[in-house]
Design a binder for this molecule. Structure first.
Ligand SMILES: [Cu+2]
Length: 155
């Protein structure tokens, strides 16, 4: 009997598949050496110092105060007026008497005449501008009719 010895033995081909790179190694590009950038040291502290103080300038000159008074039937109306001290003021005087002449005077309580306004004839209106007066009590009057009076308070 002949023994067949041709049982095929599988040959395992081991494929070494580690590809080896071919070619010369490429020179790596020269990396520039980073130069040290100077780090800023102390930050400038810019603190505002003192705030500018707003200085108040000269106060504007006050407008003259306007008051009004009327003469009717030889009687002043109103009979009491008040103006601020140290301020020019204006009196708008209305003469309502057709046949009478009136004006406005200002006297101190002691009787000293400090203002004597223009006399109006008949129905008319006039505005008197009176310079500032010291504080005090004054009397308004009519130069034509001493009986016409009113009180003026300056304060
Ligand atoms: Cu009068």
């Amino acid at each position: 009997m002949a023994m067949s010895t041709d049982s095929p033995t599988p040959s395992i081909a081991v494929a070494s598949s580690s590809p080896t790179p071919s070619g010369s190694p490429v020179a790596a590009p020269a990396t520039p050496t980073a130069t040290a950038t100077p780090a800023p040291t102390a930050k400038p502290t810019a603190k505002p110092t003192a705030k500018p103080t707003v200085k108040a300038t000269a106060s504007p000159t006050p407008k003259p105060v306007d008051i009004g008074i009327e003469a009717r039937d030889s009687v002043f109306s109103p009979t009491s007026l008040t103006v601020p001290a140290a301020s020019d003021f204006r009196i708008k005087f209305a003469n309502a008497d057709v046949a009478n002449t009136h004006n406005v005077t200002i006297s101190s309580n002691a009787g000293a005449l400090v203002f004597n306004g223009k006399i109006t004839v008949g129905v008319a209106t006039v505005t008197y501008v009176i310079p500032a007066l010291p504080a005090g009590d004054y009397r308004l009057g009519c130069i034509v009719h001493p009986a016409m009076t009113a009180a003026l308070t300056v304060r």
